[in-house]
Design a protein around this ligand. Structure first.
Ligand code: SF4
Length: 214
């Protein structure tokens, strides 16, 4: 039996008009508690990174922190230890936090992706799409007063833009009403020490926000 498309083709009518499929709504993030969130990340196989990770890396720090720091994805050290920012870049981040008269335990640190991409490549859009519900849930649970985006990947996800990092650093932005400060990823500071001065300018901007908030 000829299909509707076959009939139109036989009649020489085309292109065949079709109703556009209604796009599926993105699945809403479950209302996680910290325990169920940690369990979900530990068991997650939603993207291919689950096959190569040692473990999922949820985040670390004060779950009621005023200041949430968001990076890109775990690297080799983080994958091995199960904690974000523990390698050389993490040690530099710790120094920056201390210079701001805070400690690592007083902030919360998380990444966009919870599993390590092979060879530390950039996260793929499909991986970010699979994983972002976890970070959104963390933000809801923490309810930070400020967010600091470390590097291009975090800034682009938070601000839904692909503008250059240098441009984003100088703007004033919010994520769902929460002020966002954008700066260089500590790994970029290690590769290019000239970024340290502008990074410190960004941190001073964040400190001023924190001080003004009392
Ligand atoms: S990166 Fe995120 S979505 Fe992919 S397996 Fe890990 S936790 Fe799941």
């Amino acid at each position: 039996m000829l299909s509707r498309d076959d009939v139109f083709t036989e009649l020489g009518i085309g292109p065949v008009w079709r109703l556009r499929e209604t796009p599926a709504s993105p699945p809403s993030a479950p209302a996680y508690t910290w325990d169920t969130l940690a369990d979900a990340v530990a068991r997650c196989t939603a993207c291919k990174l689950s096959a190569t990770r040692t473990q999922g890396v949820l985040g670390v720090g004060d779950r009621n922190a005023d200041w949430l720091i968001i990076g890109e994805a775990p690297g080799a050290d983080e994958d091995a230890k199960g904690e974000p920012f523990v390698g050389r870049a993490g040690q530099l981040l710790n120094k920056i936090i201390v210079a701001m008269k805070l400690t690592r335990e007083e902030v919360y640190i998380a990444n966009i992706l919870k599993c390590r991409p092979p060879q530390n490549r950039d996260p793929l859009p499909a991986e970010v799409e699979c994983c972002e519900a976890y970070l959104r849930s963390q933000i809801k649970l923490i309810q930070p007063k400020y967010i600091c985006a470390l590097g291009r990947v975090a800034a682009h996800w938070l601000l839904k833009t692909d503008a250059p990092l240098g441009t984003l650093r100088t703007g004033n932005y919010t994520y769902e009403g929460i002020p966002v400060v954008v700066t260089y990823h500590p790994a970029a500071l290690l590769r290019n020490p000239a970024f340290k001065v502008p990074c410190w300018e960004d941190m001073k901007k964040l400190m001023a926000l924190l001080e003004n908030a009392g």
